[in-house]
Design a protein around this ligand. Structure first.
Ligand code: NAD
Length: 261
């Protein structure tokens, strides 16, 4: 438990499932008040709110598309109306789809960039304005990916969005450090969430993935959530502009294992 998180207020985008939901459950255990959006699954979001309330936490779910500025403002307004303040904003919502780059439609490209990168910009902008207006030494966490570093053929729009997110995180961390606002990123490797459900059900695809991971297993959403809780807390008070990789060693060039190369 991080005592300083008790009673604080967080917005978590994409908090109704996967990594976002694991973060919501973890922050609820830290006695935080939470607002998260859902994109299409209203019932799933209500179930997530109930789970949090059953764990003693407090949460409100709102329909919002992170690529729409008015929807993002609605998330902030919901936090302030229900809980009176904002302390933490987590840009977690994201999407991917596989398509060779020469066949990628402009619509495909725009969709992924709009959700993953523009959504991160809009969420950060909204949080920064609140923090500056209210002189809050707030905290922003952006959900990146190992693909901010590892190229990923047939997912060029996804890799471009996460590479963009890396420099966006570093830039605003520098821009607002003097105001006491911290901005960091988390880069998960392969985590067991709905985004990967189909892939990990197929034994061959599962093995292809675990072969890329020195620790030889898929990560759990709770392992990503643990990093988010630490970054949110004052235990990480001297950390800004960093990306924490939660990837079982995936970014350690496993092809060089045992002295190969
Ligand atoms: P997921 O598909 O389980 O959840 C994605 C969430 O984003 C959902 O709640 C969805 O509703 C929300 N979302 C999608 N489009 C949205 C939109 N336009 N507006 C609002 N919300 C929207 O995926 P996940 O695995 O939990 O991924 C969460 C984040 O972690 C993403 O940014 C993803 O890129 C990143 N990530 C995941 C993995 C992994 O292996 N699971 C690895 C690296 C990075």
């Amino acid at each position: 438990m991080y005592q300083d998180l008790k009673g604080k207020v967080a917005v978590i985008t994409g908090g109704s499932k996967g990594i976002g939901q694991a973060i919501a459950l973890r922050l609820a255990k830290e006695d935080m008040n939470l607002v998260f959006n859902y994109n299409s699954d209203a019932k799933g979001a209500e179930r997530a709110v109930e789970k949090i309330r059953n764990n003693g936490g407090n949460a409100v779910a709102v329909h919002a598309d992170v690529s729409e500025e008015a929807d993002v403002k609605k998330l902030l307004d919901t936090a302030v109306t229900n809980f009176g303040q904002l302390d933490l904003w987590i840009n977690n919502a994201g999407m991917e789809n596989q398509v060779p780059t020469h066949k990628m439609s402009l619509a495909d490209w725009k969709k992924v960039l709009n959700v993953n990168l523009t959504g991160t910009f809009l969420g950060s902008k909204s949080a920064l304005n609140y923090f500056l207006d209210h002189k809050v030494k707030g905290n922003i966490i952006n959900m990146s990916s190992v693909h901010e570093q590892i190229p990923w053929p047939t997912f060029a729009h996804y890799a471009a969005s996460k590479g963009g997110s890396k420099l966006f995180t570093e830039t605003i961390a520098l821009e607002y450090a003097k105001r006491g606002i911290r901005v960091n990123a988390i880069a998960p490797g392969a985590i067991n969430t709905p985004i990967n459900a189909k892939k990990f059900k197929d034994p061959k695809q599962l093995k292809d993935t675990t072969d890329l991971i020195p620790m030889n297993r898929i990560g759990k959403p709770s392992e990503v959530a643990a990093a988010a809780a630490w970054l949110a807390s004052s235990e990480s008070s001297y950390v800004t502009g960093e990306t924490i990789f939660i990837d079982g060693g995936m970014t350690l060039y496993p092809s060089f294992e045992e002295g190969k190369g």
